[in-house]
Design a protein around this ligand. Structure first.
Ligand code: CP
Ligand code: NVA
Length: 308
């Protein structure tokens, strides 16, 4: 079964095929109204459950719209309003949902919930973000980079800030797509060393550099994310901000990278914290394309999961 759980768990050639399919599906939609059906209707007759145990704007809307464009139907479910949030096991939820729907997307906290869902579901399961990874986001980011700059293989990507779930999926992508990855941030917020090791084992350069200005030298892409993720304790906010302030992506930092370096952020952004408005609204920022590409990338992921 084609679950889409993580970038490092999905075969390399299939990731590339998903991106190619996303690219061509995006091209065919050119200028159409958002609810206009895709010509081929690959999800006709299919029902998709979208489960959220955390808030979401992009993931929720892009999956929902994507399913509808492809002729399927979707239902958005809040974890807290399901029996899942009141003691029913993940395994039993997976068994039951598999009798009603053809595909499950879940955004949750602990990765074990996603894994249990995938183990017991008899339909494909998609990772819509866990505390540890966010693979759908990175598929959209790869699509975005390549549509602006061509193949990402051999390029230099710099992550500035918290080595969080989105950073982890970028590390997986570095290993799968063959680009150099530099992390710059405080030692306390380093990316998961297991994933750093995994990427290095694929033969790519992964560098950790505490000096942000040095880190971005020669960068083709600079990426950041919120300083306090949904799974982080709000009580740690001030401490995290203090540690992360030197890693803000601002015009001064962008000026140290290649002149045509792109800027990405998965959003939601906290302007004047991890990124200044000058950068986010500036000429090198592709954050809105990146957000749009969630739709196209996930449509391709869903087709791959269902083999349609
Ligand atoms: N980037 C992202 O996943 O956004 P949402 O939390 O709004 O879904
Ligand atoms: N790192 C962020 C990403 C949000 C899309 C979080 O987990 O809250």
């Amino acid at each position: 079964m084609n679950h889409f759980l993580d970038i490092h768990k999905t075969p390399r050639d299939e990731l590339r095929a998903i991106l190619d399919s996303a690219r061509s599906m995006k091209d065919t939609r050119n200028g159409r109204p958002k609810a206009a059906p895709d010509d081929d209707q690959p999800l006709a007759g299919r029902m998709v459950a979208l489960i959220f145990e955390k808030p979401s704007t992009r993931t929720r809307v892009s999956f929902d719209v994507g399913v509808r464009q492809m002729g399927g139907q979707s239902m958005v479910l809040s974890g807290s309003e399901m029996q899942l949030g009141h003691g029913e096991t993940i395994a039993d939820t997976a068994r039951v949902l598999s009798r009603y729907v053809d595909l499950i997307m879940i955004r949750t906290f602990d990765e074990s919930v996603l894994e249990e869902m995938a183990e017991y579901a008899t339909v494909p399961v998609i990772n819509g973000l866990t505390d540890r990874t966010h693979p759908c986001q990175i598929m959209a980011d790869l699509l975005t980079f390549e549509e602006h700059r061509g193949p990402i293989k051999g390029r230099k990507v710099v992550w500035s800030g918290d080595g969080n779930n989105v950073c982890s999926s970028f590390l997986h992508a570095a290993g799968q797509f063959g680009f150099d990855f530099t992390f710059t941030g405080p030692v306390q917020l380093d990316p998961e060393m297991e994933f750093v090791g995994w990427a290095r084992n694929q033969g790519v350069n992964v560098t950790i550099e505490r000096d942000a200005a040095k880190a971005v030298e020669g960068a083709d892409l600079i990426v950041t994310d919120t300083w306090v993720s949904m799974h982080d304790a709000q009580s740690a906010k001030e401490r995290r901000h203090n540690m992360l302030r030197p890693y803000q992506v601002n015009a001064k930092l962008m000026a140290q990278a290649k002149p045509d370096a792109l800027f990405m952020h998965c959003l939601p952004a906290h302007r004047e914290e991890e990124v200044t408005s000058e950068v986010m609204d500036g000429p090198n920022s592709v954050v809105w394309d990146e957000a749009e590409n969630r739709l196209h990338a996930q449509k391709a992921v869903m087709r791959w999961c269902l083999g349609v």
